[in-house]
Design a binder for this molecule. Structure first.
Ligand code: MRU
Length: 370
């Protein structure tokens, strides 16, 4: 399945080219990111978005900045000092997606372990950024293969926001099983919540699925109740920005009401995310920082005023779905079931062990219990 390329090195490897997601679906245009401010702005303004892609972008950004410094001729010591400042600012660009901090930490550990002059340090950072990108591609595929076992064919899947190829370095997380099933010739239909206020569902999910020839129906968020009451989807697949150790899930605002609806109507509700999205350092959803965004995203969206300037606005970008509403969590290690405190800790431990000793193989696709 061919999916759009979300980020790549610009020729010369000192800057990155991203697909500017703020322009989709109307305009398909790349934007070059060169400076630290470019990378931070692209992450904050959602030109690149989705937890895994934010992490990949930060990693490529750090490596690109290191290469620029090496070309300037700075010492290894100076490069290490500059890196500390870049890492701190990039890690703070968005607070909820833990993949951002995770990727920055990986690059920091890589730099700490590397030796040599500035050119060699920059080379090590670029190789680590590429490894993160490549691992994400493989994790998406593995998530898709595990979760495709939940689809026999003919299902209607409902999803929220965009956890597809546009949010990752591969075929996505929540949409990965849809692509895997389609590749195998199985028919799957997708209902894409429009996802107010920035419409990642209608602008991005519907775009990438229709581009791939997959049947997709867009609905405004407040229409989901009517759909469940009249013609319920068979299964819900969503992504996540951070999963707490107990299985509580932070994802795009509106995910929690979708989980409540699914529960009310007996529809299985799955969260699909790589182990890099699991934060064992956050014991519960209450420990996850929730980003609040510019009120004008609600007041105006992308166009004219929709609410008076004088009105206050409530605009959290994410909500928390309690673990009790989550039927299963699918990572590249398999399908994890409650109690999540145990199953997630085991998955993260196995993923970390595999990274240290790559010979340990990823788990084979699990059988499909709904
Ligand atoms: O604000 P966004 O567009 O970055 O929010 C994205 C989401 O909520 C996704 O569902 C999540 O990051 C998972 S992406 C595989």
């Amino acid at each position: 399945m061919s999916v759009p390329e979300t980020i790549r090195w610009a020729p010369g490897g000192r800057s990155a080219l991203i697909l500017d997601q703020t322009l989709l679906p109307g305009v398909h245009e790349e934007k070059e990111l060169s400076t630290l401010e470019d990378f931070i702005e692209a992450i904050r303004s959602l030109r690149v978005r989705g937890a895994p892609l934010i992490g990949i972008t930060a990693a490529i950004g750090l490596a690109a900045l290191a290469r620029q410094s090496a070309v300037e001729g700075v010492s290894a010591r100076e490069l290490r000092a500059r890196f500390a400042g870049w890492a701190e600012r990039l890690a703070a660009a968005r607070p909820t997606a833990v993949n951002l901090v995770w990727a920055v930490r990986r690059l920091r550990a890589c730099l700490d372990a590397a030796a040599g002059d500035a050119g060699e340090l920059a080379g090590a950072l670029a190789a680590e950024a590429d490894a993160i990108h490549e691992e994400d591609r493989r994790m998406c595929r593995a998530i898709g293969e595990h979760a495709a076992a939940l689809l026999a064919g003919g299902e209607a899947v409902i999803t929220h926001c965009n956890a597809g190829s546009l949010a990752t370095g591969g075929i996505g997380t929540a949409l990965a099983p849809v692509y895997v099933a389609a590749e195998a010739g199985r028919r799957v239909r997708v209902f894409a919540d429009e996802t107010r206020p920035l419409l990642q569902g209608s602008r991005l999910t519907a775009w990438e699925l229709s581009r791939a020839g997959i049947e997709v129906t867009v609905l405004a968020d407040n229409m989901a109740g009517s759909l469940f009451a009249t013609d319920p989807p068979d299964i819900a697949f969503v992504g996540s920005d951070r999963i707490a150790a107990n299985g509580d899930v932070a994802n795009k605002i509106g995910t929690y009401p979708l989980a409540v609806l699914a529960h009310r109507h007996g529809v299985p509700f799955y969260v699909l995310a790589p182990t890099s999205t699991v934060d064992l350092g956050s014991p519960t959803g209450g420990d996850i920082p929730i980003e609040h965004r510019d009120p004008d995203e609600v007041r105006r969206g992308f166009g004219p005023l929709l609410a008076p300037e004088a009105a206050d606005v409530y605009s959290p970008a994410f909500d928390i779905t309690p673990a009790e509403l989550v039927t299963g969590i699918v990572t590249e290690r398999g399908i994890h079931r409650p109690p999540y405190t145990e199953s997630l800790a085991a998955a993260v431990g196995a993923a970390e062990a595999e990274r240290r000793h790559p010979k340990i193989q990823a788990a084979p696709p699990a059988g499909g219990r709904r």
